[in-house]
Design a protein. Structure first.
Length: 728
């Protein structure tokens, strides 16, 4: 099935191609027949234009055949050959220009073929020399065409025709060969100079002024008819076969100027009609038609060539004007396009400058302000009249008062103006706290520096953000250090707390084990049992103290240990604590000394007061290094002063504030026991009672802790003062 479809398709394509070929051949045949018909018709016209019914003055078929081959191509030579053969065989083209008897068919075939071949050679020569098949639009082209169509081609045609037909006229009454050759040359030349330009010019696009109208064409044609009639009338009055050209010359020039090559070709045709008509209508001169024939050809050839050349010059000028006008319009269009592009570019540049976040200032080499944007005006708050003046110095003087360092700002500007090739980047601090980044670069056009561009960017928020970021980084680092320190303290505290709690538990365990062994033995000694029980109670009290400290820390942190003010004797509380710590002082090798002025009654919280005295005594016993410990209690009407002094290891100045923090101690916990909470609890209790705590110490010479407490209930903040000063 597919093969049948393919075969059918190929058959259709072949049939379509054959149809197209047949149509093409039919069209070519019809065109050749039409060409032959035109040739025969013009040959009949030429045959009718005989001078004295013997000499052919004008052979239009020569120009027609040349124009046909130029317009339609050399492939139309069969039509020319057929027309030439038909003209010769039918007697329209006699054996010679003198009107001899018609030749036989062989003679017509030879002469017709010779004319067709000479026409083909002439067309090839014209195309070869001029490079075109169209009517030339230049003076040089017209002159070359006139030379080829008016001299070379007619000579070739006359020579070929006479050479082909001469054997058939030998012995006849025809003119001599040179004479007939000249006559045929003149007839062919006049036909070629008139008909060929007419066909080629009418085929071209009309040239001339664009404002010509049909009325002008009609008036010009009417003028030509009247002028031609006048020329023929003058010819009859002068009894000469050569008419005057003066009446026609102005109209021919006018037609040439108005209608270009078409007007020139039509004018030449009318001029040829007038010349031939005058020659045919005038009586024969006494000297014969030889001189008239030559003069008529000379006038026709010269005037036709001049008019065609004038038309070519006119058309060249028109073409030049048209080209210049087209170039002008093109230039205007390009200028308009470039202007539009420049306007769009400038608009885009302006919008880009206005859209940027930077303030821009452009100055030339002389320091004149060339351009700014709105952001620059906003940043520097410069009035518009200063910027519009273009004076960079005025703008610089205006912003000077806004600068934190105007001298350095001005110096940098002047230095960059003195060194235009340098680039710069720095920051400018303003009096109102704003910070600008300033960039400056040379403005270049090619390799030349034509100015300088200043760019200002407000980085105040960025600098504030950077400062805040730095502060947060410092705080974060500090918080991290505090967290690490707290973690380290917690680990130390857990180790110390475990050790501190394990020690009394271990001691109690050992004492209880001895007590069990002694009690289970025969006849236990009561005194020994009491001693072991007392020894077991001491680490138990130490364990109780540690537990109480931890509970106090928790309660103070949560605000669950408020002060309960009640009447009490400060001396009594201090004395009780001295008695409780005396055994520990003896074990440490220290002597407790109490300096007081007798009973010192007042109002305070007994629990907090006990915590204060206990913590200070425990600290003095621990770090007193076996030195005497002095406790001094004094009072005034408003304040109670308590001082605990030891002569131990002392406290370095940089540790005197740190020792009052939780879990802090001035020495290594491996050498001194405790949880590091005593002084912190003492300070918190003192603050709860509205008092103050300070320490004075010199490393290696001991330390003195001074406590100042209100003697009565505090209802409002009271400024502590020296207790030795009398109360008011």
């Amino acid at each position: 099935m597919a093969e049948r479809l393919q075969s059918h398709t190929l058959t259709q394509q072949y049939a379509a191609g054959a149809t197209r070929d047949a149509r093409t051949r039919a069209a070519a045949l019809a065109e050749n027949l039409a060409i032959a018909g035109g040739y025969v018709l013009l040959a009949w016209v030429g045959d009718k234009l005989r001078l004295d019914r013997r000499v052919i003055l004008f052979w239009p078929a020569a120009g027609y055949s040349l124009a046909v081959l130029l317009v339609r191509g050399n492939s139309r030579w069969p039509g020319v050959l057929l027309g030439s053969l038909l003209s010769g065989w039918s007697g329209l083209m006699p054996t010679g220009p003198t009107g001899a008897a018609p030749p036989n068919f062989a003679f017509a075939l030879l002469t017709g073929t010779a004319r067709a071949l000479s026409t083909l050679a002439g067309a090839w020569l014209v195309v070869r020399v001029t490079g075109t098949r169209r009517w030339p639009r230049s003076v040089q082209g017209v002159l070359v065409f006139a030379l080829l169509a008016g001299i070379v081609y007619p000579a070739m045609a006359a020579l070929a025709t006479q050479a082909a037909g001469w054997p058939g006229r030998v012995g006849s009454g025809a003119l001599a060969f040179p004479r007939e050759l000249w006559l045929w040359f003149v007839a062919n030349s006049t036909g070629s100079l008139v008909v060929a330009p007419l066909v080629l010019a009418l085929r071209e696009r009309p040239a001339g002024r664009p404002d010509r109208s049909h009325r002008e064409i009609a008036l010009t044609a009417m003028g030509f008819v009247l002028a031609g009639a006048m020329c023929l009338g003058f010819t009859r009055e002068r009894a000469t076969p050569i008419p005057l050209a003066y009446p026609l010359a102005p109209l021919m020039l006018w037609a040439t100027l108005r209608f270009g090559a078409r007007g020139a070709a039509l004018s030449n045709t009318l001029w040829a009609v007038v010349l031939v008509g005058g020659a045919l209508s005038a009586p024969a001169p006494e000297g014969g038609f030889g001189q008239i024939f030559t003069e008529l050809h000379a006038r026709l050839a010269v005037l036709a060539t001049v008019v065609l050349g004038f038309a070519a010059a006119f058309e060249e000028r028109l073409q030049l004007q048209s080209d210049l006008e087209s170039e002008r319009r093109g230039l205007e269009a390009r200028v308009a396009e470039r202007t539009g592009e420049l306007a769009r570019y400038l608009s885009l540049l302006h919008s880009s400058l206005e859209s940027t976040a930077d303030g821009l200032l452009v100055v030339d080499r002389e320091g004149r302000i060339i351009a700014t944007n709105h952001r620059f005006k906003e940043l520097w708050r410069i009035p518009g009249d200063i910027l519009e003046s273009g004076d960079d110095q005025r703008a610089l003087d205006y912003v000077r008062d806004q600068l934190a360092s105007p001298a350095s700002f001005t110096a940098r500007v002047e230095y960059l103006y003195a060194h235009p090739e340098l680039e710069s980047e720095d920051e400018v601090l303003l009096m109102d706290g704003r910070v600008f980044e300033r960039f400056s670069r040379p403005q270049r056009m090619g390799e030349a520096i034509v100015g300088r561009v200043w760019s200002f960017r407000d980085v105040t928020l960025r600098r504030l953000a950077e400062a805040e970021r730095s502060r947060l980084l410092v705080e974060e680092s500090r918080a991290r250090q505090d967290a690490e320190r707290a973690l380290h303290l917690r680990e130390d505290f857990l180790q110390v707390a475990a050790h501190e709690m394990k020690t009394p538990v271990t001691a109690m365990k050992m004492q209880l084990q001895q007590l069990v062994r002694l009690a289970s033995g025969p006849g236990p000694d009561p005194a020994r049992l009491l001693s072991l029980a007392a020894a077991a109670l001491r680490p138990m009290r130490r364990f109780e103290e540690l537990t109480a400290q931890l509970l106090d820390v928790s309660q103070l942190e949560q605000g669950q240990l408020p002060a309960r003010i009640e009447p009490l004797d400060f001396r009594e509380v201090v004395q009780e604590q001295l008695d409780d710590h005396r055994e520990a002082a003896v074990r440490a090798g220290s002597e407790l000394r109490f300096e007081d002025g007798g009973p010192l009654t007042g109002e305070s919280d007994r629990r907090h007061l006990v915590q204060i005295v206990c913590s200070l005594l425990s600290n003095a016993i621990k770090f007193g290094a076996g030195s005497p410990l002095t406790v001094r209690l004094e009072g005034s009407s408003d304040w109670v002063s308590l001082q605990v002094t030891d002569q131990g290891i002392g406290i370095a100045a940089h540790d005197q504030e740190r020792i009052f923090e939780r879990f802090e101690r001035a020495v290594d916990s491996r050498h001194y026991g405790g949880l590091g909470l005593g002084l912190w609890l003492a300070r918190k209790s003192i603050e709860m009672l509205g008092g103050t705590l300070r320490v004075t110490s010199t490393p290696g010479e001991g330390a003195t802790f001074s406590v100042l407490l209100p003697r009565r209930r505090v209802t409002a903040p009271v400024q502590p003062r020296d207790p030795l000063q009398p109360s008011v």
